[in-house]
Design a protein around this ligand. Structure first.
Ligand SMILES: C[S@@+](CC[C@H](N)C(=O)[O-])C[C@H]1O[C@@H](n2cnc3c(N)ncnc32)[C@H](O)[C@@H]1O
Length: 272
């Protein structure tokens, strides 16, 4: 079976046949997890105001989105149920979402129909997007390609897709958190560094088949600059006192002391 594109386009197998090993593994994992994300997707689609990350911090506090999205071409890299693209569409943007999981896109398509909101959804790998360079004003990802794809592949691809002056904004797990989370599923991070900072890149957890990617700060900065992107901000998210999350790998006490989530903002150079 080839790649199915919403909006009537169908990509015949070239990309699917040559998926990198981590992308194939993450495709299988996310096709399996998709049903667990339906309810959260429905809730997020129903929200008027964006909230971000595992603590649901409001956009007014984070400032992840550019103020004026009207008429902007946006791409969501690893869109899942595509609620961010829905928020962008309601603000006048022209979104495209790409995701590696057909099952996640199934939920996204149903929610599009139920909400009467049409935008293009592509089934594919955000490391290799079948669209021309300089097509977008904003590339965005919240726990999408930003952690599940290889940064040395997806970030150059995001830079290629952006127009000069375009913005790249993405949310990832906090770097220190990734050093403190135990291997065992369901146990929250403590106050000890459990693995090296130097060399961090590919993460595999013993309890599942998926592959994640997390980089040291200096690596991110050099990667941005090599790809014609200027860093504008690194926002360390801090939940309010007593905040709750459904995820077991971090407590609010931990997240009040150290950043459990980070938002990078970068802009494509005008001569890029
Ligand atoms: C946690 S969801 C992100 C969507 C949403 N923002 C959220 O937080 O639920 C992660 C998504 O990334 C997608 N993904 C993983 N690897 C990808 C890749 N290489 N290219 C595109 N999407 C990818 C998965 O299929 C999954 O739908």
């Amino acid at each position: 079976m080839g790649e199915t594109l919403a909006g009537g386009v169908h990509l015949e197998g070239a990309q699917a046949m040559t998926l990198p090993e981590h992308v194939a593994r993450n495709r299988a994992a996310w096709d399996g997890w998709a049903t667990d994300y339906v309810e959260a997707g429905e809730r997020a689609w129903a929200q008027d105001e964006p909230t971000w990350g595992i603590w649901g911090i409001p956009e007014a506090e984070v400032g992840m989105l550019p103020p004026d999205l009207a008429g902007k071409d946006t791409i969501e890299l690893g869109c899942g149920t595509a609620y961010i693209s829905a928020w962008l569409a309601r603000r006048g943007a022209r979104p495209v979402g790409i995701d590696n999981s057909e099952a996640q896109l199934g939920t996204a398509r149903r929610l599009q129909a139920e909400n009467g909101l049409e935008f293009t959804l592509l089934h594919g790998n955000a490391e290799e997007v079948p669209l021309p360079e300089k097509s977008f004003d904003l590339a965005i990802s919240e726990y999408g390609a930003s952690i599940w794809a290889d940064p040395y592949r997806w970030l150059p691809e995001a830079a290629r897709l952006l127009r000069p002056g375009g913005e790249l904004v993405f949310l990832v797990n906090g770097t220190i958190l990734m050093l403190c989370v135990p291997d065992e599923d369901g146990i929250a991070a403590g106050d000890r560094l459990l693995r090296p900072y130097f060399g961090m890149h590919r993460f595999e957890w013993p309890d599942d088949q998926s592959v994640e990617f997390h980089l040291p700060y200096g690596e991110w900065i050099r990667l941005f600059r090599r790809n014609g992107l200027e860093v504008e901000d690194l926002i360390e998210l801090r939940p309010g006192e007593g905040a709750t999350t459904g995820y077991p790998f971090v407590t609010s006490e931990w997240a009040r002391r150290w950043p459990s989530e980070e938002v990078w903002k970068a802009r494509k150079r005008l001569d890029g």
